[in-house]
Design a protein around this ligand. Structure first.
Ligand code: SAM
Ligand code: SF4
Length: 330
């Protein structure tokens, strides 16, 4: 069955579904989670493999082409390999990728690759063990680095590294992180810190802005803009005249809402048309009360139709959503 494309009232067609597999995490990154006291979703509210697959199947019929698995930490899900296999095997063969902190890749990379996972984004904010511990509140840098090696050995190509720079903490590492990525064939992407931390500590003044990142890198590298961004969130620059590129996702200072093609499903089955949306559509209750595929389809269409033009981060009246990044799925 092919259903109508998910086009919103601003003409944006949605092709990308981000699915959070869990709100739990093995790290406590300061810009994402509090050190303690995070309220977890009750386990009975998490969508099962069958429920997630059913919603994804309907979304694919509506023209979703890429599914990105995230969290929390998606690799904490005991059935993560089966989830990948089920989604990659859906009619329409969506591309299934994952954003992970990489800690469990050592044991899981090969299984994920064999199950059909197309690509990985691994989050890494520093190459210093002490800073990693400070930033994530866990002493696990070695595990991430081993995870990256395992991903390479399993045959993953085009792996991306996601980095959030924090003022006075790791911004001086931007060039070293880029060198690390270039040497290993990864594409580094700097993500501007967004007001989505569960502790509500974000400030516009405290974040490292995209133009600052660009300036920091330009002191060491020759950056030339890569044209043809499309709906991709990252602006990209080729580095030192090579084919290698670096990206900056300037969600706050240069928002790309006008080209957004993403919708999100939280681990407890709530559909969100935007990271910053205040409203959610409860697909879990619909499913568990015997809802049909046609009803799921209608709910998807309605959520997209009601999507806002963009977020208002940094503007008067902006309200941080009730859930933080780890509970929405970044
Ligand atoms: N745990 C996995 C990981 O860290 O890759 C997946 C979930 S995490 C929420 C997804 C991405 O969001 C990570 O790259 C992380 O650095 C980023 N992130 C988390 N909180 C953020 C924030 N407040 N602003 C910008 N990016 C953030
Ligand atoms: Fe966990 Fe990812 Fe949030 Fe860090 S950014 S606390 S790894 S969910």
């Amino acid at each position: 069955m092919t259903a109508a494309p998910l086009v919103d009232s601003f003409g944006r067609r949605h092709r990308d579904l981000r699915i959070s597999l869990t709100d739990r995490c093995s790290l406590r990154c300061t810009y994402c989670m509090p050190a303690e006291g995070m309220p977890w979703l009750p386990s009975g509210t998490l969508l099962t493999l069958a429920e997630t697959t059913r919603i994804a199947a309907v979304a694919v019929q509506h023209g979703i082409e890429e599914i990105r698995l995230t969290g929390g930490e998606p690799l904490l899900r005991p059935d993560v390999v089966q989830v990948v296999e089920a989604l990659a095997g859906l009619p329409g063969s969506p591309e299934v990728s994952m954003t992970t902190n990489g800690l469990r890749l050592g044991g899981l990379a090969q299984g994920l690759k064999d199950a059909g996972l197309a690509r990985l984004n691994v989050s890494l904010d520093t190459l210093s063990r002490e800073r990693y511990q400070q930033l994530t509140r866990r002493d696990r840098l070695g595990q991430v680095l081993a995870g990256l090696v395992a991903a390479d050995a399993a045959g993953f190509e085009g792996t991306k590294i996601n980095t959030v720079l924090l003022r006075g903490v790791n911004e001086d590492e931007a060039p070293a992180l880029l060198r690390f990525a270039l040497e290993r064939g990864y594409e580094l992407r700097f993500i501007e810190q967004m007001p989505l931390d569960a502790g509500h500590t974000w400030t516009m003044e405290g974040m490292v802005r995209a133009d600052k990142v660009q300036a920091l890198l330009s002191e060491h590298f020759d950056l030339v803009p890569v044209p043809g961004r499309g709906s991709a969130p990252a602006e990209r620059w080729s580095v030192d005249g090579t084919q290698s590129a670096v990206g900056i996702i300037a969600s706050v200072t240069r928002p790309f809402c006008g080209a957004c093609d993403r919708i999100r499903l939280t681990a407890d089955g709530q559909l969100r048309s935007c990271l910053f949306a205040q409203e959610e559509t409860d697909l879990r209750t619909l499913l568990r009360s015997g809802g049909t595929d046609e009803q799921i389809s209608a709910a998807l269409g309605l959520s997209v139709a009601q999507k806002a033009a963009g977020h208002a981060v940094g503007q008067a009246g902006f309200e941080q959503p009730g859930r933080g990044m780890s509970a929405i799925g970044g």
